[in-house]
Design a protein around this ligand. Structure first.
Ligand SMILES: Nc1ncnc2c1ncn2[C@@H]1O[C@H](COP(=O)(O)OP(=O)(O)O)[C@@H](O)[C@H]1O
Ligand SMILES: CC(=O)N[C@@H](CCC(=O)OP(=O)(O)O)C(=O)O
Length: 282
């Protein structure tokens, strides 16, 4: 009886959130780092299916950095990063696209389908979703920045109740593929879709201070300070740049949460205390 009462309490506690968020768009970045342990994918897929059944529209952008590095190393190609972005020559770009569009994206779509969801996987290259340009000629190679987003395909799929899973490979105006950091893609999509929330799932409890303590709430100004003094570095840099841009573009709230924790997404959305770090406008 007590266990049943506890179940009922948990469901009732979620009710105000279900009411508030039903019909709203959440952009969820699923970092490659969260997959490294190999335990989080199926709980993530379950969470997505639940969200879509209660009327929330999740749009997923996945990464795959560690998997790309793994495949590159099998081919004898080393991985070099500059401020969290992979230096991408033409040969590397081919592997990046094969791993992101051909492997990680397929894996996630299959898993969501297996758990009873309706998922479609696309890349930024599809339907003009992500048009970009090289960040800099030379040094970073095919690393791109987004210059335009066409969300038509996402709206079309949503109308038919499909959850879209996006691989962060864009295209330039000449039709050449671009390796765009998945955090940046998630941020651009969240802005373009005027998402209620942008949730970045990664492999740390959230944003940590220099003593490795979790910072539960941050303003954009505080984030900027932490980037200047390098407390935020490496892969957290594009994440925070993306968060700041999304907030500027009008996204309600941005969260950085630990995607390795089973059902982290539900814990963030449906509990009053949430998890991880929340970044909100001042
Ligand atoms: N202040 C910080 N707080 C938390 N993580 C940080 C911080 N600065 C740098 N990082 C690093 O950022 C990493 C997350 O980025 P990344 O490895 O690119 O993950 P993902 O694949 O999820 O995008 C963490 O594992 C951590 O090593
Ligand atoms: C330009 C750039 O760095 N692109 C990333 C794309 C994948 C990604 O962003 O994966 P995570 O989210 O797992 O880091 C890369 O090549 O690793």
């Amino acid at each position: 009886m007590e266990v049943n009462q506890e179940k009922a309490r948990v469901l009732i506690e979620a009710l105000p959130y279900i009411r508030t968020f039903s019909g709203k768009t959440f952009v969820i970045k699923y970092g490659g780092s969260t997959r490294a342990g190999g335990v989080s994918d199926s709980s993530f897929a379950d969470d997505l299916v639940l969200l879509s059944h209660i009327g929330i529209r999740p749009v997923v952008v996945h990464g795959g950095g560690p998997e790309i590095s793994g495949w590159l190393s099998k081919l004898g190609i080393s991985s070099v990063f500059s401020d969290g972005r992979r230096i991408t020559d033409d040969e590397t770009m081919e592997v990046v696209e094969m791993v992101l569009s051909g492997k990680v994206n397929r894996d996630l779509v299959t898993l969501v389908q297996k758990r009873g969801g309706r998922a479609v996987g696309i890349a930024g290259r599809d339907a003009g979703l992500l048009i970009g340009e090289r960040i800099s000629e030379g040094e970073l190679g095919a690393v791109g920045r987004v210059i335009s987003v066409n969300t038509e395909i996402l709206d079309l799929l949503d109308r038919h109740r499909y959850t879209t899973i996006v691989a962060p490979v864009g295209v330039d105006r000449d039709g050449q593929p671009l390796n765009i950091n998945a955090d940046e893609v998630a941020s651009e999509l969240a802005g373009a879709l005027k998402a209620e929330k942008l949730i970045m799932m990664t492999d740390t409890p959230g944003v940590l201070d220099s003593g490795k303590n979790l910072l539960t709430s941050l303003s954009p100004e505080q984030v900027k300070k932490l980037m200047i003094d390098k407390t935020i570095h490496g892969g957290m840099v594009p994440k925070m740049q993306g968060c700041l841009k999304a907030i500027e573009a009008g996204v309600g709230k941005v969260h950085v949460i630990d995607g390795r924790v089973p059902h982290a997404l539900l814990l963030e959305i449906f509990t009053p205390e949430g998890v991880g770090t929340e970044i909100t406008r001042e």
